[in-house]
Design a protein around this ligand. Structure first.
Ligand code: FAD
Length: 379
């Protein structure tokens, strides 16, 4: 979309093109099969790292390939061309699991956990949500009790993306009773005795990604796997939510744009009453509305990413972008399915998958209602 090219320099174009090439060759040919199997090969993490796709947005000093917020948006835009949000988010859990370690962890933690994950050798996941607490992060109950040089962890986590096969779990734990200052991050290795996947969860969409309920039963974690000082996790988490919400806005943006393109192609080819269905005025107007929504959303997402790169506090606007992205992705994929007729209801059709994937957007990473709380309080 050349209209928005003024936001981008050649590094942004390069990241998007590299990720798109990777997605079209390594993901798209298998997307349907992996969605149906509800998993993609673990080896894809290595392939993605080798292609320079996994480390976008991470500093080179910790093993990333550099770039900032808008580069991360470009990576998502490119990767989504593989036609599977599930694969994109599965590959992308490093983007939510590693930032806390990079910002507040010791050099040793970075060497042990960040570099191997960005090299595609290990899988990482972020464990915040619990069966009893999602939106209310301060309500989490997983407890870590200090015993000498280690912590003993008990509790459980819910809906953890990549959690079924993650090697390292950046885990929010309660180290004291204070609702906010009692929260800390521990890096827990899934191979530790007492860590188990209680359930691999079946989902409406994002099917190629695995999602776990994880139990911690008397897990002993060395105290040097604490990320930053005890009690510092809430502030870190709130800061990192901004990138997660920008990423979710980018998923919505890419979902809507791809659904629009698929639909434009389909209505040009499909005939009814001896005419392409795209020649009916009602169809053309739907396409016009979908395209308008996509351009409006994309403009907001790019602008928010750009302002975040410049250090602007875009907490309000990134929450708006996440909500607009969710609404737009759902509205555009709804019309895309409608204009595909019966084919729009078939699992082999890309817009059908995108319409299921879009439904997660007002729920994950902070619900639509929580975003409105943030926006309205800051207004
Ligand atoms: C596919 C998928 C992947 C996920 N991946 C991860 C992951 O990798 N790591 C992780 O930690 N979590 C993950 N999550 C969890 C996700 O972030 C939570 O589901 C989300 O934050 C909502 O929490 P909840 O499900 O407990 O809903 P609840 O908090 O129970 O909310 C239920 C409803 O109540 C509303 N509500 C709650 N509080 C308020 C309020 N104050 N005002 C108005 N309405 C309110 C909500 O908006 C929602 O509509 C994932 C979830 C899914 C479905």
């Amino acid at each position: 979309m050349q209209f928005l090219d003024n936001f981008l320099d050649e590094t942004h174009h390069m990241v998007r093109a590299t990720c798109r090439r990777f997605a079209e060759t390594e993901i798209a040919p298998h997307a349907y099969e992996w969605e149906e199997a509800e998993e993609f090969p673990r080896a894809l993490y290595n392939t993605a790292a080798e292609a320079g796709v996994l480390g976008v947005g991470f500093p080179e000093e910790v093993g990333g390939s550099g770039g900032s917020y808008l580069h991360a948006v470009m990576a998502i835009e490119g990767l989504m061309r593989g036609g599977s949000t599930g694969v994109t988010v599965g590959l992308g859990t490093a983007g939510i699991a590693l930032p806390a370690i990079i910002q507040s962890g010791s050099a040793e933690l970075i060497d042990r956990f960040v570099r191997p994950a960005l090299a595609g050798e290990t899988v990482s996941a972020l464990c915040i949500t619990e069966p009893g607490a999602g939106s209310d992060v301060a309500g989490i109950q997983t407890r870590a009790i200090r015993e000498g040089d280690s912590y003993r962890v008990n509790g459980s986590k819910m809906f953890i993306t990549s959690g079924v096969r993650a090697d390292i779990l950046t885990t929010l734990v309660r180290t004291s009773d204070d609702p906010h200052l009692g929260l800390s991050f521990l890096v827990i290795e899934s191979a530790s005795p007492g860590v188990s996947v209680s359930r691999s969860l079946k989902k409406t969409g994002w099917r190629a990604s695995d999602t776990a309920e994880i139990a911690f039963d008397d897990v002993v974690v060395p105290a040097d796997q604490l990320v930053g000082p005890e009690g510092s996790a809430f502030v870190t988490l709130m800061k990192n939510f901004q990138m997660e919400r920008l990423a979710l806005a980018a998923y919505g943006m890419a979902t809507a744009e791809i659904a629009l393109e698929e639909t434009k192609k389909y209505v040009a080819e499909r005939k009814a009453f001896d005419r392409p269905i795209g020649s009916f005025q009602v169809t053309r107007h739907k396409i016009a509305d979908m395209a308008t929504q996509v351009v409006a959303l994309k403009t907001l997402v790019y602008q928010v990413a750009k302002r975040m790169e410049e250090g602007f506090d875009a907490t309000t606007e990134v929450s708006m972008a996440k909500n607009l992205a969710a609404e737009t992705a759902i509205a555009v994929t709804y019309e895309a399915v409608q204009l595909h007729g019966g084919m729009g209801y078939m699992r082999e059709t890309l817009v059908e998958r995108l319409s299921r994937d879009a439904r997660l957007l007002p729920i994950g990473g902070g619900t639509q209602e929580i975003m409105k709380e943030i926006i309205s309080r800051r207004l």
